[in-house]
Design a protein around this ligand. Structure first.
Ligand SMILES: [Zn+2]
Length: 325
């Protein structure tokens, strides 16, 4: 894809087509300013993505050894894939949000806490039997930890930090550690997976490093509203095309979230009280095929509606029951 230059700074986008999760493309961005060459997100760990990076570098007269640093918008595997491979060739700093650090380091204490968190959550949501494969997968991640850990010390970035003249904006919701990089001078925003053109980004339920359940739908809505208000000409997303009219895209997303919340409310209004049954009613067979995403959505919106005072929850035999207020 063609480079984009503005006020002495150039972006070389890498938008590699993928079949990964209906995402269209997996994106990362080379950002050049004078002698400094940064990589924003590091794709997925495949030969194709390595080639895509090498070719984009070469076409513009660069080598891997010209890279100065890596900035990560969040810890998901399609954004960090080549970090270790790059570090093997050149030891450069890697930056991410503090919530990303135990996840990127595949910290066993954190992962054990996370597995216990989900075990308890699925019991309370009445779907522990359906959660067995998910919990097994979480256990496997703990056992394979060394293989996946990022091989360097991650440098933390939080809300308001400045890096390369860009401001760090915390935009949690899709993940606890999601951050965006705002170049106010050029009206650019590197936003990871917070705003995607065609696929809905889900708010994914997760504990924070302290083990508390994050109210991800509320967080995600807040992040979208925040980005909507920023003065942006180009929004560089983690997947699909670069976005020129971010306000319209975000307005559509907020509308969609509103409709989801309404649908869930109506199911409870009909008298379906337990989270598993709510999920089955709303998502039918997807409850089985996409268990963790579906439960994530349902739990996220239950929290959201409860917090807004629309739902009341009571515990019966260890499982939450929801009714409308
Ligand atoms: Zn992604």
């Amino acid at each position: 894809m063609a480079k984009i230059t503005k006020k002495g700074r150039t972006v070389y986008p890498i938008l590699m087509p993928t079949s990964y999760g209906n995402m269209g493309t997996i994106n990362s961005f080379l950002l050049q300013d004078g002698d400094s060459l940064s990589l924003i997100d590091a794709g997925i760990h495949t030969e194709e993505y390595k080639q895509a990076l090498i070719v984009t570098l070469a076409e513009n007269g660069f080598l891997i050894s010209d890279l100065s640093r890596i900035l990560l918008t969040h810890h998901h595997e399609d954004h960090i894939g080549l970090v270790n491979w790059i570090l093997q060739q050149k030891d450069i700093p890697v930056y991410a949000h503090p919530e990303a650090i135990p996840r990127l380091m595949v910290d066993s204490e954190f992962l054990t806490m996370r597995k216990n968190f989900f075990t308890e959550l699925y019991i309370e949501m009445g779907c522990i039997d359906d959660a067995k494969p998910r919990l097994k997968k979480l256990q496997r991640t703990i056992e394979q930890q060394k293989e996946y850990a990022i091989q360097t010390t991650i440098r933390p970035l939080i809300e308001g930090d400045e890096i390369l003249g860009m401001t760090v904006v915390e935009t949690a919701g899709h993940s606890a550690d999601s951050i965006s990089f705002y170049d106010m001078e050029r009206k650019w925003l590197f936003a990871g997976d917070v705003v995607l053109q065609t696929t809905a980004t889900n708010a994914i339920v997760d504990p924070n490093v302290k083990g508390n359940r994050l109210h991800t739908v509320r967080q995600y809505k807040k992040s979208l509203e925040r980005i909507q208000q920023l003065d942006i000409d180009l929004l560089f997303p983690g997947h699909q095309e670069i976005i020129e009219d971010h306000q319209t895209v975000i307005a559509q997303k907020l509308e969609k979230m509103h409709r989801k919340a309404e649908r869930l409310y109506h199911v409870i209004e009909e008298g379906i009280e337990r989270p598993k049954q709510i999920a089955q009613k709303l998502y039918r067979n997807k409850f089985n095929t996409e268990f963790s995403l579906v439960m994530s959505e349902v739990i996220g919106y239950l929290d959201y509606l409860e917090e807004k005072g629309h739902l009341l929850k009571t515990i019966q035999d260890g499982v939450w029951h929801y009714t409308v207020l």
